[in-house]
Design a protein around this ligand. Structure first.
Ligand SMILES: C=CC1=C(C)c2cc3[nH]c(cc4nc(cc5[nH]c(cc1n2)c(C)c5CCC(=O)O)C(CCC(=O)O)=C4C)c(C)c3C=C
Ligand SMILES: [Fe+2]
Ligand SMILES: [Fe+2]
Length: 337
């Protein structure tokens, strides 16, 4: 029997029509934005309706959809190739298709003896990885009517042509984070070197997705892990000046700072002429990288007189990133058997 590997990511709208329901799903999730319980759905409806127009503009500029699904699926294909036939890799996206339920339907078309839950977020946040794991728990419990922890599988999946009956327990390993995993760090370092052979001449501006300060104060390790990832990467670039900024704040509350755009302006004003912008909390491209980084920040830097502005691409299917994911699966597996 195979080991099932589920790759988790956020997901993005695959058409302009999908923008509003995608946003509704996002704002309905109390793990990412917590409203009073009874108000969660009504506010999700209101905010998604109000925000849809603005968000649609980003996606119009990117050809009418997010590239996240395709890129995540390519990551899954490469990981499948590297792991081989004893494993089955599927993708579960949090706010748009394929949802966790669809991923599990696909996975359990054949006998599976254990599960590895592997987020494509290297740094843990309850708003991303935590939310995906909670959704997994809900869906798994619904489908298998089991308990949390080691799940007793009592029934088959609905909608399956040839139902497969499990008579035993399925061990499940959740990979929380890998912000300091040596192969992941190596992937980040090599990816920068490949796209920036003359790295010694550049200022490195790292950019991570921001997060409400309240979430961090409540114990979320995301900020600490992001800083540690950056520190570990910079051990490989002696003498290079660098800074870490946060991007993509949503709503009126206080979020992690400094904001990447303000930091970028400060860096340019200080006389820096060559800047490498390095996304650190994203492992594939989407609205945040394509629109904000390339379009908004790129234009801003050029207008302010920067000679060279290089945006380092996200890792996507970089062989070392896929290797890091495969190593994580093997480590998870060693916990099971
Ligand atoms: C409302 C609160 C939000 C929190 C908290 C948040 C955290 C967070 N998000 C990412 C990564 C991505 N977010 C993306 C889109 C997106 N995120 C929010 C809101 C929060 N994110 C919204 C409303 C949207 C939709 C776009 C918009 O209206 O601005 C995406 C892009 C998806 C795609 O295009 O494919 C990513 C990726 C992280 C890593 C994170 C916390 C660490
Ligand atoms: Fe987000
Ligand atoms: Fe590349």
């Amino acid at each position: 029997m195979k080991i099932g590997v589920i790759l988790f990511n956020m997901g993005g709208p695959d058409s302009l029509e999908a923008v509003k329901p995608f946003l509704y799903n996002l704002f309905s999730d109390s793990d990412i934005v917590r409203f009073p319980k009874l108000l969660q759905k009504p506010l999700a409806f209101l905010i998604s309706t109000l925000r849809a127009r603005k968000t649609k503009k980003y996606y119009e500029l990117m050809g009418g959809k997010s590239p996240q699904k395709e890129q995540t699926q390519k990551q899954a294909e490469k990981l499948q190739e590297m792991l081989g036939d004893d494993y089955k890799v599927v993708v579960a996206l949090r706010y748009w298709h394929p949802f966790t339920e669809e991923a599990l339907q696909e996975l359990f078309k054949e006998p599976i003896r254990a599960l590895v839950l592997l987020p494509l977020y290297p740094q843990y946040s309850r708003t991303t990885t935590g939310s995906s794991f909670n959704e997994f728990d809900r869906v798994f419990r619904k489908i298998f009517k089991g308990k949390s922890g080691r799940y007793m599988v009592l029934s088959t999946l609905k909608g399956q042509e040839r139902p497969y009956y499990y008579s035993s327990f399925i061990p499940i390993v959740k990979v929380n984070c890998y912000y300091n995993h040596p192969t992941y760090i190596k992937a980040m370092v090599e990816n920068i070197r490949e796209h920036l052979p003359d790295w010694k001449e550049y200022f490195f501006l790292f950019t991570a997705h921001s997060l409400p300060v309240k979430v961090v104060q409540e114990g979320d390790p995301y900020q600490k892990q992001t800083e540690e990832t950056v520190r570990l990467i910079m051990e490989h670039f002696p003498g290079v000046r660098y800074a870490l900024g946060y991007q993509s704040k949503v709503g009126p509350t206080k979020w992690l700072e400094p904001f990447t755009d303000e930091l970028l302006k400060d860096v340019v004003r200080s006389g820096v002429k060559k800047i490498a912008l390095i996304p650190v909390s994203f492992t594939c491209e989407h609205s945040e990288t394509l629109y904000e980084l390339d379009h908004l920040y790129g234009n801003m830097a050029r207008q302010m007189g920067v000679n060279s502005f290089v945006r380092i691409p996200t890792l996507q299917t970089h062989p070392l990133y896929i290797k890091a994911l495969a190593e994580l699966v093997h480590t998870a597996e060693s916990l099971i058997s």
